[in-house]
Design a protein around this ligand. Sequence first.
Ligand code: NOJ
Length: 570
Amino acid sequence: MQPRCGVSVCHVLVLVLCLSAAEDFDWTKNNHGSFYYGTFPTGFSWGAGGSAYQTEGAWDKDGKGLSIWDVFSHKKGKIQLNDTGDSSCESYYKIKDDISLMKEIRLNHHRFSISWPRIIPTGVKSDHVNGKGIQYYDELIDHLLENHITPIVTLYHWDLPQVLQEKYGGWQNISMVNHFNDFANLCFEKFGDRVKHWITFNNPWSVAVEGYETGEHAPGLKLRGTGAYRAAHHIIKAHAKVWHAYDTQWRGKQKGLVGISLSGDWGEPVDISNQKDIEAAERYVQFYLGWFATPVFHGDYPQVMKDFVGRKSVQQGLGTSRLPAFSSQEKSYIKGTCDFLGIGHFTTRYITHRNDPTGRSSNSYFTDRDLAELVDPRWPDPGSEWLYSVPWGFRRLLNFVKTQYGNPMIYVTENGVSEKMMCTELCDEWRIQYYKDYINEMLKAIRDGVNVKGYTAWSLLDKFEWDEGYSERFGLYYVDFRNKNKPRYPKASVQFYKRIISSNGFPNQREVENWRRKAVEMCSSSNQLLAADPLTSHMEMVTEIVVPTVCTLSILISAVLLMFLLRRRN
Ligand code: NOJ
C-alpha cells in the first residue's frame, strides 16, 4: 500500500474533490485516534438484532414453507461444514428467554425479520396464509411491547419462498414486485397496529451480488455482469411499491415509518492527493451504498454507475447497458420513498484506481468499477476474513449519507464484529474495543450534524452466518450449538454495552475504563459455566437416550426370560 500523505492538506482535497457536497463536516479535524467523552441525544434508541433464517430454526415446523436458504443450505458444499439453519438458535421456541436477555441489557429496540414462507408458504398470498406463522410473530411483538422494547421489523432478510425462485427465477423476475407487495401488505394488516418501524429490504447489495452474481449465497446463481443489476432493479421497484402502499393505505391509521436497510463499507482513497484514487474511492461507495440509496432519495442510479456500466457495455458490443434504466415515471415514483435509512456498517477499505479489462469474459459487477480494494495490515481483524476494525470509516460513511441524501433520519441497523468458531472465549475484549470505538465515531458523527436516531448492535446472539455457517460468531451472547437446548451465555461485551446504554454514551475516561475492567472480570464466571456445558449435554444424553434404551432392553429381556420359564414349567 502506498503511504498516506500529510493529513490536513489532503483531507481538504477530499473535502473539495471527493465529497463536493460536504458543508459541515470538517475533514481536516477527523483525528483518527481521539476519543470523545459525551452523551447521545435524549431518546436515542439502543438495540440489538437478528434475522429469521439466522436464528429461528423450526425450518419445517407449523406449516412453514421452504425458503431459498433452506434449499441452498441443504446442498452439499455450499456452507462451511455443510451447516444449515434447520434449528439454529431455536429462537422460534424461545421468545420469552430471548426477551429476558434483551431486558438484561435494557434494550430500547429489537430488530428482527419476518420469514415470508413462514406466513405465506408458497410466497403467493392467494395460495394460503399460515395462521401459525402469524401467531408466532404476534406473540413475539406482543412480548416485546409488554417489556417496553420497540420492534423494528424487516420484511425481507434474504429468505425468499423457494416456490417463487423455482417458478419465476426469484428476483430476476419483475413479478416479485407484486408478490412482495402482497406479503408486505399482509404484514401491515396483521402487525401494523403495533409495529411502527418497517424495513422493506435488508442489504439488497448482498441479495443481488452474492445471490445472483457470485452465487455464494442463495439462490446460488452466477449471472455475471447482468444478474445483480437486474435483481437490484426489481428490488428497488418492490421497495418503492411497498412504501407507496403504506403511504396511501396504512400510514393514516398506523402512523409508522417505512425505510430500507443498506449496507456499505467506507472506501478511503489510498493516496488522497491522487485524483484518480479519490474518484475510485467515491465510485466504490456509489456502487455499494449509492446503488440503492441514490434511487430511493433522488430517483435514479448514481451517474457514475450509469457512465461506467454503460461505457463498458458498449465496449463489449452490447446494444444497451447491462445496468437497466428507470423510465421517467418510475424515477418520480421511486424518488423519496424512504422515511428513514437503515445503515448496516462493519468495515472499511482503501481504494485505488485500476483499469479493468472490458472483454465479454471479464463481465462483472466487480470489474465494472475499475478499482482495487486494499487493507492496512495493522487493522485488527479478530473474526470474519473481510471484517477489519476501522472505526473512523464509520463517521465518514455517516457524513457521506448526510451530505449526499439531504441528512435523512438514520437508524444504524447493523454494526458489530465476529470471532472464529474455535474461539469459545466469553471474555471478548476485542468486541468491547470494537463497540467502544465504533459507537464513539457515531457519537462524533451526531455532533457533526448527522441525524442518527438509533443504533443496533449486530447481533444479540451467535447465529447462522450464511455461507460461513456457525463458524463466525457475531453475538453479544454465546450460543452453544452443540447442545440441543441451544443455551445462551453472556460475553463480556454484554456488560460493556449495557453500561453504554445506561449512561447513554461515555461519561468519562475513568468510568469507561472501569466498565471494561468489570466486564472482563465478570466474564470468567460465565466461562466456567460454558466449560461445564459438555457435561450438561452429556447428562441429557444419559437421561434422554441411554436410560430409555436400557429400560426397554430390560423389559425385553425380562419378557424373554419369563416366556422361557413358563415353557419349562409346562
Ligand atoms: C449483513 C447481513 O445483513 C447479516 O445478516 C450478517 O449477519 C452480517 N452482514 C454479518 O455478516
